[in-house]
Design a protein around this ligand. Structure first.
Ligand code: AVI
Length: 327
């Protein structure tokens, strides 16, 4: 079964133009994921330098039984940004899950993946929800079962793509869908030697560069823009003070680009910020989760401590926190 939830949001054209008019120029990372971008992202997950996906999968494969044992049986897994549901499947294979609610913005793709999941796990009730969770998360409430423990599953260190205040806000929204002692299972990328980040986001096959530059090709395809994609280059660097990898597109010359009725000037060497990917220590992440109403129940890491999967129990907010959440 698939439910679609539509939320109001600015159009891509309005948002892209506003970002390119701001100083410094920015493009939202959510625009990476058209069909071509999603295909390139799948390839990033396979390049040897990008450890995150592989490492998180190995943690889940090894520890999923122990993780879900902390929660009991008859779990309802709500996978946010589920895509192909690969990681959700790993949890379903434990036999402890009675319902699965994958949520993703690509409704049709999700429908096909969710029906495959339903065929593989006939005892699990599968209800796919096609929505932009950043716009419509609250409307999930009416679709969640009353019985069984709810577990929001947000894998892939996607939380790292939000600036910390937005990440905290998203965690609070997750908390809003949970009752006391329901749980959040979340993957995040750990702080480590900067050279590892530089390699991971500048892979030698150039797949991350193609993923970044695809933004401009996408705007040409979908907004009729006239970016010369060869006049920009991919830049990835680690800002140690902010604890984040930044991706940018650098203009290789002074140029003017047309999008809709706008002409946007770029200086030579000017950077357009396309993505931040925040890295955390366990303590930093626990503190952020605590601020959103979660208590750490356990954390699982790979032996090299590249990546962490944290399990958090939802506690009741005190009144002050609740007021802050609704403001
Ligand atoms: C989806 N997200 C967690 C990836 C990351 O590592 O921040 C996106 C990505 N960007 C470049 N490589 C991968």
């Amino acid at each position: 079964m698939l439910t679609r939830v539509n939320g109001d949001s600015r159009t891509m054209e309005e948002e892209v133009i506003a970002g390119l008019r701001s100083i410094p120029k920015t493009i939202s990372p959510k625009y990476f994921y058209d069909d071509e971008g999603s295909r390139l992202f799948d390839r990033i997950c396979e390049v040897p330098e990008y450890y995150a996906t592989r490492t998180e999968t190995s943690i889940l494969e090894l520890h999923r039984g122990a993780i879900l044992d902390r929660l009991g049986r008859d779990l309802c897994i709500i996978e946010i940004g589920a895509g192909a549901c690969h990681k959700g499947r790993l949890l379903l294979e434990t036999g402890k899950v009675s319902s699965f609610i994958p949520v993703d913005i690509s409704a049709e793709y999700l429908r096909s993946q969710a029906s495959k999941v339903a065929r593989s796990f006939p005892d699990v009730s599968v209800h796919a929800v096609g929505m932009d969770f950043l716009v419509s998360l609250g409307s999930l409430e009416s679709l969640l079962p009353e019985v069984g423990k709810r577990v929001i599953f947000y894998a892939g260190s996607s939380i790292g793509n939000f600036d910390p205040p937005d990440a905290r806000r998203l965690l609070r929204q997750f908390h809003g869908l949970l009752r006391k002692d329901d749980a959040l299972l979340i993957g995040y990328d750990l702080k480590k030697a900067p050279t590892l980040f530089l390699r991971a986001y500048n892979d030698s096959a150039g797949v991350t560069a193609a993923f970044n530059l695809n933004l401009l090709a996408r705007f040409n395809r979908e907004l009729g823009a006239d970016f010369d994609v060869t006049a920009f280059r991919h830049v990835a660097r680690y800002d140690e003070a902010l604890g984040r990898v930044e991706m940018h597109l650098e203009s290789l010359c002074g140029q003017e680009v047309r999008i809709a009725d706008e002409r946007v000037p770029f200086d030579r060497s000017e950077l357009t910020h396309t993505e931040s990917s925040y890295k955390y220590t366990k303590e930093e992440f626990d503190a952020m989760a605590a601020g959103a109403g979660f208590d750490s129940v356990g954390v699982w890491m790979d032996p090299a401590a590249y990546f962490a999967v944290g399990l958090y129990a939802s506690r009741e907010f005190c009144r002050l926190e609740q007021r802050e959440r609704s403001s």
